[in-house]
Design a protein around this ligand. Structure first.
Ligand code: S6P
Ligand code: ZN
Length: 188
């Protein structure tokens, strides 16, 4: 008889709320400037960054939770401070592969925005910071943007089996960007 793929043992994990790190992650995804080609408005500024050290833009710390319906996937997202030209560091952004699945982001440290959009053109930039939760409803693509000078750390929870659809957002882009203009975040 086939074993149920959703079965697993209970566990706990330490989360360092100051450093923005998971105590014992099973997987760490690291995205550098060179993984962000095509995402920022100023492509020449991104090329210069890649040539000058290719800095890490963000890391995602995950536990190995079965990626199937019934589970809740958790992760810590740590988005470093920085700018590409005048545009703040951000994540690639994605829809979920199963588009009708939501996600919760709890701001742990730093501050910035969760930029969210639908395929029919709605777009919302919701502030996220320590102690603030952002709800990403089903069908909304989402991207974190760090407007602070310390890492923006979030704790994320989303349904097992939701998956990531990067292809559609790479084609569509987001209708808004957030730039540092004379020291303050400006949405354009
Ligand atoms: C997963 C969740 C986060 C992001 C992470 C990195 O559904 O939204 O864990 O994966 O913030 O962003 P991205 O767009 O590169 O996956
Ligand atoms: Zn997501």
């Amino acid at each position: 008889m086939m074993e149920n793929p959703a079965l697993c043992m209970p566990f706990g994990v330490d989360i360092d709320l100051i450093k923005g790190a998971m105590g014992d992650p099973d997987r760490v995804i690291v995205r550098k400037a060179s993984n962000m080609i095509g995402m920022y408005a100023d492509e020449a500024a991104l090329s210069r960054l890649i040539e000058h050290g290719d800095p890490v833009h963000y890391e995602v710390f995950e536990k190995a939770i079965p990626d199937v319906e019934g589970h809740l996937i958790i992760c810590i997202s740590k988005l470093y401070p920085g700018k590409v030209g005048e545009e703040y560091y951000m994540t690639k952004g994605h829809y979920h592969m199963v588009a009708g699945t939501a996600e919760i982001y709890l701001g742990v440290a730093g501050q910035g925005f969760m930029l969210m959009k639908t395929s029919d053109g709605k777009c919302v930039a919701e502030p996220i910071r320590h102690g603030r939760m952002v709800y990403v409803p089903p069908y909304w693509a989402h991207r974190s943007i760090n407007t602070d000078d310390v890492p923006l750390v979030s704790f994320c929870v989303y349904p097992g089996g939701a998956g990531h659809n990067y292809g559609d957002i790479e084609k569509e882009g987001f209708p808004k960007r957030i730039f540092n203009k004379h020291g303050v975040p400006v949405t354009q």
